[in-house]
Design a protein around this ligand. Structure first.
Ligand code: ADP
Ligand code: ZN
Length: 525
């Protein structure tokens, strides 16, 4: 009944104020909290810093029994527990870094109702002993933090997360809440399925991080470019992501020689060294960490002013997550990526050498989107947000393409040619085939499909393949064409392609800045 709901929310607002000291809920918190308080499953997709933790911390105080939070970050659990305890929230943790006696104490506290909020490592919750214990407790809410780790398709799959679906059988009546800052559509579907969520209330807040300026620079002499960039930053905090461990060490050394307080971080370094680097960075004793993706989740430093990608990441999800570590305090920050098409060609080659599998196909698709971002001709923020399902019209004014736009032309006719070609071929082919049909190529597939008999066959002969690839990519970015990565990247028309096809509106496109793939460079490696 509405009256009861209102009073639940009123109570929640009171707890928000009294315990957490906040006046109002942030966008989405209210929706998610209301759902779980009413016993519903929920999914919270909010960017880093969006306030996800509150979505289970607050219900933990309002629901009877205990709220269990599964989190992959052992290093952060103890901090979170202390922070909760300092606010007077009875909290505890269970993870592999604890002594047997400590674990026993936590279990006793749980049994005696002295813990309302339990942080647990995924490999812990599903041990037979603990699973049995869980069933004897009153578990009112199960929260799965960093839920994208459950997805094989995600950029951060954790095998320990793979079995979390079993929680549903273990505690069939307990509502579940999945939280993550980055999940594209494939990953989202995977989360829902693997956790066996039941008609969850899905809340997605905007993924926009307006204070981050997105910049892509052509990779030329990268070492020199990095040094120049970092020195120009004058001692602010930054993270540089590299594709290999060796490069992180080389680059950190190079920066040290240049007088920059920097350190390398990767999974192959001794635990103690990594710990010191992380703490040095958090304390501002180290300005620049040069890292692999191992420097990851839980880097909760508010004043990171730049994140620089020395190499192109494998997916937009990963890129978004990594750049998202910049500017958590809301202050203007930069995300810079060095890009060279040859790097992408190299990664394509690595893909080609692997045996075909569904996983490989998904990885290829994700990388394809990443390269489109790097080669985008229109506002990069629009490309990013579009990828996460957020459509916008207005260019952002805070990315390299908005600030320094490439040349524009009236692309209406080009767009019509490309769109009608997609339509006439039955909306089941990818970019390359469409380009081949447009250019009147004579391929096996064109003959088989009799696409050489279509009216659109060869209507784009006078332009290069690169031109058409660029046009189609722009149409995808603009949301006129949709590329379904689950159907071999087949293109189909979006609703708003119609007015363009019918000639009701004109479309300005960017002239492609055609960059040849540096074949020689690829061969060098
Ligand atoms: P996330 O887990 O989504 O990255 P956090 O839960 O760490 O984000 O929250 C980010 C910051 O926002 C924290 O400092 C938190 O205290 C603060 N915060 C959360 N909710 C609110 C709110 N309703 N009002 C003000 N600040 C909030
Ligand atoms: Zn922009």
């Amino acid at each position: 009944p509405p009256a009861a709901q209102a009073s639940t929310l009123d109570q929640a607002r009171a707890v928000l104020k009294q315990v957490f000291g906040y006046e109002t809920f942030r966008s989405g918190q209210e929706t998610v909290i209301e759902a779980v308080l009413n016993g519903r499953d929920a999914v919270a997709l909010m960017p880093t810093g969006g306030g996800k933790s509150l979505c289970y911390q607050l219900p933990a105080l309002m629901l009877p029994g205990v709220t269990v939070v599964v989190s992959p970050l052992v290093s952060l659990m103890d901090d979170q527990v202390s922070a909760m305890q300092a606010m007077g929230v009875p909290a505890g943790a269970i993870h592999s870094g604890m002594q047997g006696a400590e674990v026993m104490q936590v279990l006793r506290d749980l049994q005696d109702g002295r813990i309302r909020l339990l942080y647990a490592a995924p490999e812990r919750v599903l041990t037979p002993a603990f699973a049995e214990r869980l069933q004897t407790l009153q578990v009112s809410l199960l929260a799965v933090d960093e839920a994208h780790c459950i997805s094989q398709w995600g950029h951060d799959f954790r095998p320990e997360y793979g079995r979390l679906g079993e929680l549903r059988q273990l505690l069939p009546h307990t509502p579940m809440l999945a939280l993550t800052a980055t999940a594209d559509h494939v990953t989202r579907d995977d989360i829902l399925q693997r956790l066996q969520l039941r008609e969850p209330q899905v809340f997605q807040s905007s993924f926009d991080r307006p204070n981050i300026r997105y910049l892509v620079q052509e990779k030329f002499k990268p070492l020199k470019q990095v040094v120049e960039y970092v020195k120009a930053q004058r001692g602010v905090s930054g993270i540089i992501y590299c594709g290999s461990r060796k490069k992180t060490e080389e680059l950190a050394l190079k920066l040290q020689v240049e007088g920059v307080r920097s350190a390398a971080y990767h999974a192959g370094l001794p635990h103690e060294e990594k710990r010191q680097t992380l703490h040095g960075f958090l304390r501002d004793d180290i300005d620049v960490v040069v890292a692999t993706i191992a420097f990851g989740m839980g880097i909760n430093k508010p004043n990171v002013r730049f994140v620089l990608h020395y190499d192109i990441p494998r997916s937009v999800e990963a890129y978004y997550q990594e750049t998202g570590r910049a500017g958590r305090d809301g202050v203007a920050s930069e995300a810079v990526m060095f890009y060279e098409p040859g790097d992408a060609a190299w990664i394509w080659r690595l893909f080609d050498e692997q045996p075909d599998s569904e996983r490989l196909r998904v990885e290829r698709q994700k990388f394809q989107v990443m390269t489109s971002f790097a080669e985008a001709q229109t506002c990069r923020r629009l490309v990013l947000l579009n990828y996460f399902g957020e459509y916008r019209e207005q260019p952002c004014g805070n990315c390299d393409l908005c600030l320094n736009p490439p040349q524009q032309y009236d692309g209406t006719v080009d767009a019509q040619k490309a769109l009608s070609c997609v339509y006439r071929t039955g909306q089941q082919f990818g970019v390359n085939h469409i380009v081949e049909v447009l250019r009147g190529a004579q391929t096996q597939r064109i003959k088989q499909q009799r696409h050489d008999e279509l009216t659109t066959y060869g209507i784009g002969k006078e332009q290069s393949a690169e031109h058409w690839v660029s046009v189609i990519r722009q149409l995808i970015h603009r949301g006129l064409l949709i590329q379904d990565i689950r159907r071999h990247s087949a293109l189909h028309l979006a609703q708003n392609a119609r007015p363009v096809l019918r000639g009701e509106i004109a479309l300005t496109l960017a002239k492609p800045r055609i960059q040849a793939v540096a074949g020689a460079k690829v061969a060098e490696r």
